[in-house]
Design a protein around this ligand. Structure first.
Ligand SMILES: [Zn+2]
Length: 387
């Protein structure tokens, strides 16, 4: 039974499901039988209550307590006329609790989060769930199907929130996602990877000065938590402005499954769900994360062939060589050195670079972990991670 008594449960159940929105006649939904496979360790039944939890409504579909349902949100047609839908899985627990969304592939080629959501859902048992999960593994459906970060009009979906039902395709998808997913949720975790040809150390990016957010960031258990400014048009910004707790997980690179990053993501989401009281699933204990308020991308001083000296997670000191740039015959053309003591947060995966290309992303580590509510203006040097 979930340990609701000693878990931080940020919202009372009463304000969780927002039902009664107008029905979308064209949405398609398929009810799947609730999973029953987990038993002894995690699926122990709770004391019976006479009150049955109200159904959860998404896009006009009602999900009964203790069931999971696949719902497809129509987002128009392909130019060939084929309908396109944004797929959701809603798991509506039998027991009261918060509503949590998980989203992935807002950047269509960032597929590690799709696998993280699949593995998390595989462990979720609706009858024993305390709360509700809305899983959106493929938010940018167009980009996912063409292995593209963007939408067909080259817009970045994660710069189009909260969107508009009368705007561009990206803006309409953002608006639909806000209406049907974010507005019905209390907390969200958006899953990303590095952008094309960049890889990232598994990390949480969030506002570490917001105590409820910091609490989840800590229990998630990624190796590092980076204080990240809100970006205009991002899902995280729109969600925070809508009063939601929102975190972003980064790990691995685009267009690849990174097993290590996926494992950190799966364990972190499970730890978060346990912390919020939705589940009580077994998960390894994580080391306390490092924290950073300051990160910096080093850049190639010359064009050439790059060889990295420091890899993801390596600790470096100021002046350490992060990479060297060679000509095709092995002559050293330039070196890239660390601007300060820190940890390698990300780096290029490209063997060939032009002068000015980003090479290594280093995070300066805070000497002391942050205290909830302790506010110091954040500072990000140079280019922020493209995630
Ligand atoms: Zn991304």
């Amino acid at each position: 039974m979930p340990k609701s008594s000693n878990n931080a449960n940020p919202r009372a159940a009463a304000d969780v499901p927002k039902t009664g929105t107008k029905s979308s006649a064209n949405t398609r939904a398929k009810t799947e039988p609730a999973k029953t496979k987990r038993s002894s360790a995690t699926g122990a039944s709770t004391p019976a209550t006479n009150r049955r939890r109200a159904p959860f409504t998404v896009a006009g579909h009602q999900v009964t307590a203790g069931r999971r349902m696949r719902i497809e949100l129509p987002i128009g047609n392909l130019m060939s006329g084929t309908p396109v839908a944004l797929p959701l899985i809603v798991v509506h627990g039998k027991h009261d609790g918060p509503v949590v969304w998980m989203s992935a592939a807002i950047h269509g080629d960032e597929i590690c989060g799709v696998e993280i959501i699949r593995q998390v859902l595989d462990q979720i048992n609706a009858p024993s769930l305390h709360g509700t999960i809305i899983a959106a593994p493929v938010v940018n459906v167009h980009g996912f199907n063409t292995n593209d970060r963007y939408l067909p009009d080259r817009r970045d979906l994660n710069r189009c929130f909260p969107g508009s039902s009368r705007g561009s395709l990206a803006s309409r998808i953002a608006s639909l996602f806000m209406t049907e997913v974010v507005s019905r949720s209390d907390i969200g975790i958006d899953l990303h990877t590095g952008s094309d040809l960049r890889t990232n150390l598994p990390q949480i990016r969030c506002d570490i000065d917001h105590a409820p957010t910091l609490a989840i960031a800590r229990v998630f258990g990624a190796p590092i938590v980076v204080d990240a400014r809100l970006r205009d048009g991002s899902l995280r910004q729109a969600a925070v402005e809508a009063g939601k707790v929102s975190l972003l997980f980064e790990g691995g690179e685009a267009s690849r499954f990174d097993p290590a990053a996926i494992a950190v993501g799966v364990a972190g989401v499970i730890r978060s769900l346990n912390h919020l009281g939705l589940t009580d699933l077994p998960v390894p204990v994580a080391d306390a994360p490092l924290f950073s308020r300051q990160t910096w991308w080093s850049r190639a001083s010359r064009s050439g062939i790059v060889h990295l000296d420091a890899r993801l997670g390596d600790q470096v000191t100021k002046g350490d060589r992060l990479a060297a740039i060679y000509d095709p015959f092995g002559k050293v053309l330039g070196e890239v050195k660390s601007k300060y003591d820190g940890v390698v947060l990300g780096h290029t995966q490209a063997p060939l670079v032009n002068r000015g290309d980003a090479i290594s992303h280093v995070a300066r580590i805070m000497a002391e972990p942050p205290t909830p509510g302790w506010a110091v203006p954040g500072s990000i040097d140079g280019e922020e991670a493209v995630s």
